[in-house]
Design a protein around this ligand. Structure first.
Ligand code: ATP
Ligand code: MG
Ligand code: MG
Length: 348
């Protein structure tokens, strides 16, 4: 079969590679770390930095198509990839999604509604933002944040004054009083065919996704249609090919856009067993120009729990229940807050 290139070496790449293998493709991972849990299940691995254009070009030459599982790859060096192989989703999707100011501006232009926000470069900017938007709020790095890293809760003007401002481009967001959180995950084919999975209700702990549940609560279900319409517009505007995720807060005033991820998403892991076609398989189908599979539920529902840090379970008991599906990512070192695996329990 042909070779699919994957930029990024984590569990999302690993699960893309496993789905690709089932369709007869080989995968070639490109990542900066020496030990990649994605490369562990792939035919080829190049260890390299995302700005090493020579290595990227050599990597892309071996691939029929290149995708990414990680959005913090600078868009400029990716020209070394696109000179040799098609990149799906397109580099423009990365540029938009990897910067919180870009993604909010982009979504607002399409009629989407994020929390009130302001760019912050200095303490004076922060104090202006706090005066205009109010507290509580969250100061976030514009780039490179994930799992709630690079975020500071601001409860008062005094908090803002006392904060030792990091020297990175920042954004201040008003705190959204939400009833629940949910994600919209879609896949868009090269022909513009768009399919949505059921939206999961997401619960975070310490800024990290803890549990995703399908079906979501009635409040969320009443807001999914509006959220999907926005997600479809984002995908169409970007000429998107592959899986795209938008995160929302369900509020009394309707869905508020949080952020987007131009990739498969942790809140879609339940689709491996809980949907007729998983997010990983449909991502592979989309980037390889194959017809998309059905996103319909394969069970009454599903609950996905992340295994974080040293989360322990009675594995034999868990595995002896036929509703449970265990996924371990093969990470050698356990660290607090690190995603080590997940368990999906189907509602049969
Ligand atoms: P991810 O791993 O999802 O990319 P991230 O580091 O980009 O995470 P966010 O999605 O911005 O982080 O925030 C993580 C969580 O923190 C959110 O899912 C939500 O629970 C909470 N949160 C973030 N921003 C806000 C906000 N403006 N108002 C209320 N809660 C928020
Ligand atoms: Mg994020
Ligand atoms: Mg998030």
């Amino acid at each position: 079969g042909e070779t699919i290139g994957i930029l990024g070496g984590g569990q999302l790449g690993r699960m893309i590679a496993l789905a690709a293998a089932n369709l007869g493709y080989r995968c070639h991972v490109y990542a900066p770390e020496a030990d990649s849990i994605a490369a562990d299940v792939c035919a080829a691995f190049t260890q390299g930095h995302y700005d090493d254009t020579e290595k990227l070009a050599a990597f892309a030459e071996t691939c029929a198509v290149v995708t990414y599982e990680f959005e913090n790859v600078a868009a400029a060096p990716l020209e070394a990839v696109t000179a040799h192989a098609p990149l799906h989703p397109p580099a423009r999707a990365l540029e938009v999604a990897q910067d919180r100011v870009n993604e909010k501006t982009f979504v607002e232009a399409l009629g989407g509604r994020p929390a009130p926000w302001a760019k912050v470069h200095s303490k004076a900017d922060l104090l202006d933002a706090v005066a205009r938007i109010g507290t509580p709020g969250i100061l976030k790095t514009r780039r490179d944040g994930y799992d709630g890293k690079g975020q500071w809760r601001i409860m008062s003007t005094a908090d803002a004054q006392a904060l030792d401002l990091p020297t990175k481009p920042l954004i201040y967001e008003g705190f959204v009083t939400f009833e629940a959180e949910f994600s919209v995950i879609l896949v868009r084919g090269a022909d513009g065919d768009v399919r949505f999975w059921d939206s999961a209700q997401n619960v975070h702990k310490d800024g990290i996704l803890d549990r995703s549940t399908v079906p979501a609560s009635p409040v969320i279900l009443s807001q999914v249609e509006e959220a999907r319409a926005l997600a479809r517009q984002v995908a169409d505007a970007l000429h998107y090919v592959g899986v795209l995720t938008l995160e929302f807060f369900a509020t009394a005033a309707g869905p508020v856009f949080n952020e987007m991820a131009p990739r498969v998403h942790n809140s879609g892991h339940w689709t491996i067993e809980g949907a007729l076609t998983s997010q990983f398989e449909n991502h592979v189908r989309a980037i390889c120009g194959l017809p998309l599979g059905s996103t319909a539920l394969a069970a009454q529902g599903a609950v996905m729990d992340n295994l974080i840090g040293d989360d322990a379970h009675d594995w034999p008991a868990l595995l002896s229940d036929p509703a449970n599906h265990l996924h371990l990512y093969g990470k050698a070192a356990v660290r607090p807050g690190r995603k080590m695996g997940h368990v999906t329990r189907l509602v049969l």
